[in-house]
Design a binder for this molecule. Sequence first.
Ligand code: ATP
Length: 607
Amino acid sequence: MNRRLGRAIARISYLPKTLDLVWTASKGWTIAWAILLVIQGLMPVAMVYLTRSVVDGLVAVMGAGATWQSAQPIIIPAAAMVCVLLLGGSLQTVMEWVRTAQSEFVHDHITTLIHQKSVAVDYAFYESSEYYDRLNRARSDASGQSLSLLENLGNGMQNSITLLAMAAILLPYGAWLAVVLLISALPSLYIILNLNRYYHRWWQGTTTERRRQEYYDALLTNSNTAAELRLFNLGSQFQSTYLKSRHRLRTEYLQILKVQSLGRFSATILGLFVFMAPLSWVVWRILQGKMTLGELALFFQAFQQSRGVMVSLLGNLGQIYKSSLFISNLFEFLELKPQIINPTQPLAIPKQLKQGISFQQVSFGYPGSDRPVLENFNLTIPAGKIVAIVGDNGAGKSTLIKLLCRFYDPESGCIQLDGIDIRDLSVIEYQRLITVLFQFPVSYYVTAAENIALGDWSATPSLDEIELAAKNAGIHEKIASLPQSYNAILGKLFPEGTELSGGQWQRLALARAFLRRAEIIILDEPTSAMDPWAEFDWLERFRTMANGRTAVVITHRFTLAMRADIIHVMRAGKIVESGSHDELLAQGGFYAQSWKEQMEVTSNVPV
Ligand SMILES: Nc1ncnc2c1ncn2[C@@H]1O[C@H](COP(=O)(O)OP(=O)(O)OP(=O)(O)O)[C@@H](O)[C@H]1O
């Protein structure tokens, strides 16, 4: 019970934060919205008063005989009633406009916050399914829920204003009427809050399942999977998995809807019963001649409207509760704290590497895994050298790179750059020293020039610099042959885009690296999409770029590894052999054996 209360309070505590968020996103529109709310809140009360004046006036006219003179007192309240009705109609339109503008601003603000957080969190988050659940929950209609919360808060206030004013009107007829009205609301309130909590718990618990649906939807509709899906005839298989999952969620959701509808229906019936009691009392008073017909009209309108307002106030409270449950997901996401943080007093980054990089007694295992990938691991990468790391699948090569890029920190031991622990350096400045050429570089669907400029975007490189990088990487001719040359959009996602081959995308990535001019170059199977001739050409270009810089090449290709100054052979998280190509061949160990096998396979001739 205490825990439930604690959780409820924690969620309600997001309310001021949500208001702050909406306020920051759209100050002017929010003020306009608040003014409109107050005006709209007072309008029903005005209507009730005017109705009484009109009805009492009519009764008097009918008593005195209908003449122009006796009808005069009715004209002003009747005209005022028409004005209030007209105002109500036009305010509704203005309110819609204000709400739409406000929602646009709030949506953009929330999206910006989510984007900022997604970029700021550790890379490690992207390797955990829990993160995706959180992101999914945070994104799920966050702006809609914030505005719904605000709207319901506003409507709740508007309804409260109306209700208080109505209560004031009813008070002369007996305080018990207001009490009846309030008490009748309690069971409904309980039902509404519980239903919302139940729905949210279900929604939260099914996040992974909804993500699975999105995954299968993407498999069925994505260009990456289109070829294999057709060849392996996987369409019906994926569709059936998708539909099974949809069936489960749909059935559960419809069940919840049923329970919700029943709950709301019971609340309405209860409210109607409560309404009967005061109404019977009024009818009885009129029969006794203790109330006028105008008072009957006033009472009926006031009580009927109060009941309507009460129902909608309850709805507001339920929605506020529901939205705060959903918005808590957004704030929980925004509160995620990165583990890779800057030191309070970062040391100066070495201008040029002199000694190099060294892994010292590094131990590391992935979060949630009890098996370490590296244990007391030592490795030296001398400055200005090209070092290749070869090894079988799962040996830990990529893990090594992730540690070197500071995507993760070691559990023990350290990685040093010219003798400085990289944790003592500013993360951004340190990562600025590194260029990584991935096996599957990102294909940015922007222009060719922008694709290259992204290598050093903050320096706003000139077209000459971009062209030089493209020439160095051997992709200039291809770009120049496109009708719009460097302004050509690449990829097929957008109109008039030109698709490149895998090897051409890899060359474009090399051009980015040329432009970045980083001190440390990391290559993760960078030539996997190239034929041997292209690879040879690429390697020559890479050597030009790497000249004097420190490079780490991860590869299964021995034709690539053999060009490195030093080759390390990695197996099961350990370096088992080190040396130049010739030295390793002479050792006759694992490298020599693998070399022989690979040469036999590629040439089909025993070596
Ligand atoms: N994000 C992760 N979470 C948990 N375990 C992981 C993660 N990434 C890799 N591993 C595990 O760590 C071990 C080393 O993986 P790593 O990717 O470093 O190997 P690799 O040498 O690069 O392999 P390959 O040559 O196949 O790319 C493997 O057993 C793998 O299952």
